[in-house]
Design a protein around this ligand. Structure first.
Ligand SMILES: [Mn+2]
Length: 293
């Protein structure tokens, strides 16, 4: 398995200096930097080259995450919105290919964050979403699309590994895979290890984080040893990306609903404190997931 981190751990606004983060996470012991698709369609050629060079230089690979906006919702009943979604992905896939990104994950089958004050029809939305996903899979040509099971407060189409698996089976394209995240699983699954086994060979991307979205560490109620073993038992050899959010404030703090400093003092120590928490988490999770401790 390869190990990574989502850049937004360090940010209060979405988006950031990706070349800087590529170098940083390389130094902190990661194999992967996960970036957001949000700014990719407008990314200038020089910026893409700079990022690609920085990643190569740091010896890391890039992956991407995305929560499609309401106006890009591929499950929408409004065909105009669905087309806007495909337009976004058409431009985005070009950049992803150029950056040699082979995995993009998130609630790609719907939009995020869901506005639950509006009515919706899960069954109808699912049908449209599956149809759209077949077309998106073809457009993605070779890029793996991770269908991330999100907790009930953030999504309604896919909340569990079982739902993600049946969605992926319904789509029936080999680059559309199940994506799990221990933060969401902690809310929705009876057993985290059983959920991993349910995803089984369909698992295409894996996010990790504590129940409160801190970086994984020993001594919490997340059984990281058991989670690592379940991944090894299912034969998963893919990417494991931590997605910690610990800082209050800004759009990130608001969207993620961080209403207190949960950095455990790391935030007070500034960027260096956050860096050290990420570094030790990477070291810990690599050892545990590889079964060497
Ligand atoms: Mn996630």
């Amino acid at each position: 398995m390869q190990y990574g981190i989502y850049y937004a751990y360090w940010e209060r606004q979405w988006g950031g200096d990706y070349p800087k983060y590529a170098q940083k996470v390389g130094k902190l012991g990661f194999d992967i930097l996960e970036i957001s698709c949000a700014s990719l369609p407008g990314m200038k050629k020089e910026e893409r080259w700079k990022l690609k060079a920085a990643a190569k230089d740091a010896g890391i690979v890039l992956t991407a995450g995305y929560g499609p906006r309401l106006e890009e919702n591929l499950s929408s009943a409004d065909p105009k919105i669905v087309e806007q979604g495909f337009e976004f992905w058409k431009k985005t896939f070009e950049v992803l290919h150029e950056l040699e990104i082979t995995v993009v994950g998130g609630g790609l089958y719907s939009y995020w964050p869901v506005d639950f004050s509006k009515p919706f029809n899960k069954e109808e939305d699912l049908k449209r979403s599956v149809e759209s996903m077949r077309r998106l899979a073809e457009m993605a040509s070779g890029i793996t699309l991770g269908m991330e099971a999100l907790n009930r407060f953030e999504g309604y189409l896919i909340n569990t590994a079982a739902e993600a698996r049946s969605y992926v089976e319904a789509v029936g394209c080999k680059n559309v895979r199940v994506m799990l995240d221990t933060f969401h699983m902690n809310i929705e699954e009876d057993s985290l290890t059983e959920a991993i086994r349910t995803a089984g060979p369909y698992l295409g991307h894996f996010h990790i984080g504590e129940a409160n979205r801190r970086p994984p560490r020993p001594g919490t109620r997340m059984d990281w040893k058991a989670i690592g073993k379940a991944l090894r038992d299912t034969g998963y050899t893919g990417k494991v990306v931590m997605e910690p959010f610990v800082l209050m404030g800004g759009q990130v703090g608001k969207d993620i609903k961080v209403w207190r400093d949960i950095s455990g003092g790391a935030g007070e120590a500034g960027e260096a404190g956050l860096d050290e928490a990420a570094r030790s988490s990477a070291e810990y999770i690599r050892a545990v997931f590889e079964g060497s401790t």
